[in-house]
Design a protein around this ligand. Structure first.
Ligand code: ATP
Ligand code: MG
Length: 570
């Protein structure tokens, strides 16, 4: 194809609203244009990348026995009411009504639809296992659509659902998908890590997220650097053994102490000359079930995902200053568990083990010392609600763990019978006994994967596409359109490569060579062939590798073979 005829509207300026590099580069290199917040047009180059990733995904799904189908984007509310998710999904669900006033939603995911489909079509063990998938637009009215394709409100997802007789069958399907995902992201040329993850609102048991490691990632991954341990988890889910004292100290009587202006752990540590591991931090939250208090050690942070699970709530927000004062009678910074009423108290396992602790007194400028959990206050639940950070010991081998940022590009889930039970998707075994079908679900963000690939592959000049997902492999640039020999040679190379099945572009625009080179680097074609008078005088052309900057001078008759070798090596 010819650059003069393709819609590749490159820009010199960085768009003001683009915070991350992938967003900036996709706009500047003419891949995407915004239609609304989190909703994009995919221009020709971007669409080619989408199709390439989809093809890799499709091949790996099919290799594992997946069958491609297409389900509706518009989903009737009845199914969501039947599963119970119509009410719990919240404002992220795009809801709409038809002309008769019936409720529908735009599919953010397809567990309801597919379980309904399968309950109608599958009745016998002979039809299992079954792996069904689709690649399709998904709709989520995200609270903060941002970072371009990274967090859109309309995005492309591959979702596969597995249907098995029992847990062992599910294990097999899960492992197949885990292997397929590993192949997919490797084939896309990405550096990634599968990590243990939290099962979130969707429910279920085992789950892993596939994280592309990049500084701009919204997720934090905690991992053990020791080989062969390899423990790795999303920090939402990560665990680490509690740091417990060897024994309990003799409890001393509780005392009130004046701590004017000491609101933070650092200030209290300094004022009372105690270590942060002796301080109990009390954080108040508002939930749909009322207020809650989370108690962690002074040197820890609350993991709100763990807390949400412990409280079994859908909404969890830090209480504002007014609510804190109303509940404790003191300004923020002086809350404590002693005498705290009217809320659910969750205590972290490390807090329960502190003797003679320090905590807020629910009174301005005042703390309590010698507070002993159990003696001076009680709780509704004692469990692990700590956020695991860098340096915390690995739960398997105690090595201090490390932290990295990650972009979640895919997730595999064991759903079990969560949906099949509520939607009554059952099969009959050999003896005619009915069982709920055991399910799994497996998503890949196709469009997010594009953004993640760029976050990992760029330099100051633009994108550096991994060959397997590049929009084109090669661009041929004649340095001067006015030079007949150059144009002829460039056209001939372009034709030969095209006929050879290479995805090649020719930059036939009447532009200065600097503009063509800049655009080629910005778009990130893996290979650039430059046809200029200097090298032509020696009967050669220049083949430049975008990633390494390496330049090879080749005769025209050597070129095709060399390009073919490079492409087939990927
Ligand atoms: P997140 O935690 O980032 O909101 P999620 O866990 O809710 O994502 P899943 O339901 O697991 O997402 O969806 C499967 C895949 O779809 C994700 O791994 C991700 O790659 C992609 N995805 C999810 N939400 C978005 C979005 N708003 N924009 C682009 N891709 C998305
Ligand atoms: Mg997910």
């Amino acid at each position: 194809m010819r650059v003069s005829q393709l819609l590749i509207p490159t820009l010199r300026e960085t768009p003001a609203d683009a915070e991350v590099i992938s967003h900036q580069l996709m706009v500047r290199a003419g891949f995407i244009r915004k239609a609304a917040a989190g909703v994009y047009n995919f221009l020709p180059l971007a669409w080619r990348v989408v199709k390439k990733i989809e093809q890799i995904v499709r091949e790996e799904m099919d290799r594992q026995g997946g069958q491609e189908i297409m389900m509706p984007i518009i989903q009737p509310a009845e199914l969501w009411q039947e599963s119970g998710r119509w009410d719990v999904y919240g404002p992220e669900l795009f809801r709409l009504k038809d002309r008769h006033g019936r409720d529908f939603c735009l599919g953010p995911t397809h567990e309801e639809i597919i379980t309904d489909l399968v309950r109608g079509e599958v009745s016998s063990y002979k039809q299992l296992p079954l792996l069904l998938y689709q690649i399709q637009n998904k709709y989520r009215d995200e609270r903060r659509p941002r970072f371009g394709l990274m967090r859109g409100r309309e995005f492309i997802m591959k979702d596969l659902y597995s249907f098995d007789r029992d847990e062992q069958g599910l294990d097999v399907s899960y492992n197949k998908m885990y292997a397929a995902y590993t192949n997919i992201f490797s084939r896309c040329g990405l550096v990634f890590r599968p990590v243990e993850a939290d099962s979130g609102a969707i429910g279920g048991n085992d789950t892993h997220e596939f994280m592309v490691l990049a500084e701009s990632g919204e997720a934090t991954v905690v991992y053990c650097p020791a080989e062969p341990c390899g423990y790795a988890a999303n920090s939402e889910r990560a665990i680490s053994p509690p740091d417990l004292p060897a024994g309990r100290e003799e409890p001393a009587p509780v005392q009130e102490v004046s701590t004017p202006g000491s609101r933070t752990v650092e200030q209290v540590t300094a004022a009372l000359k105690v270590g942060p591991d002796r301080i109990i931090k009390t954080i108040l939250y508002e939930t749909e079930k009322g207020m809650a208090a989370a108690l962690v050690r002074g040197d820890r942070e609350v993991n709100e995902i763990k807390l949400q699970k412990a409280l079994d709530v859908l909404r969890l927000e830090i209480a504002g200053p007014e609510a804190v004062t109303k509940a404790t009678g003191a300004p923020v910074g002086f809350a404590g568990p002693v005498g705290l009423k009217g809320m659910t108290v969750v205590v972290d396992t490390e807090v329960e083990a502190i003797s003679n602790a320090v905590c807020g007194a629910n009174k301005n400028d005042t703390h309590l010392i010698n507070v002993n959990p159990g003696r001076d206050f009680s709780w509704h639940k004692c469990t692990d609600i700590r956020l695991v950070r860098q340096g915390f010991p690995c739960p398997n081998c105690s090595t201090p763990m490390e932290e990295a940022r990650g972009i979640e590009v895919g997730q595999v889930f064991k759903l079990g019978t969560k949906y099949s039970k509520v939607l009554n998707a059952v099969y009959l075994d050999e003896k005619g006994i009915s069982h709920p079908i055991v399910m799994g679900c497996y998503g890949i963000g196709v469009t997010r994967t594009i953004a993640a690939a760029i976050e990992q592959n760029y330099d100051q000049n633009g994108i550096i596409w991994p060959l397997a997902i590049a929009p084109f492999h090669v661009i041929v640039i004649p340095v001067s359109n006015k030079d007949e020999l150059q144009m002829e040679t460039a056209e001939r190379i372009y034709r030969t490569l095209s006929e050879d099945g290479v995805e090649v572009l020719i930059d036939d625009r009447n532009e200065r060579p600097g503009v063509k080179f800049k655009d080629a680097d910005l778009v990130g074609y893996p290979l650039r062939i430059t046809v200029g008078s200097k090298t032509l005088a020696e009967g050669k052309v220049e083949l430049r590798h975008r990633r390494s900057g390496l330049v090879e001078l080749l005769r025209e008759d050597e070129l095709t073979g060399r390009v073919r070798d490079i492409i087939s090596a990927c």
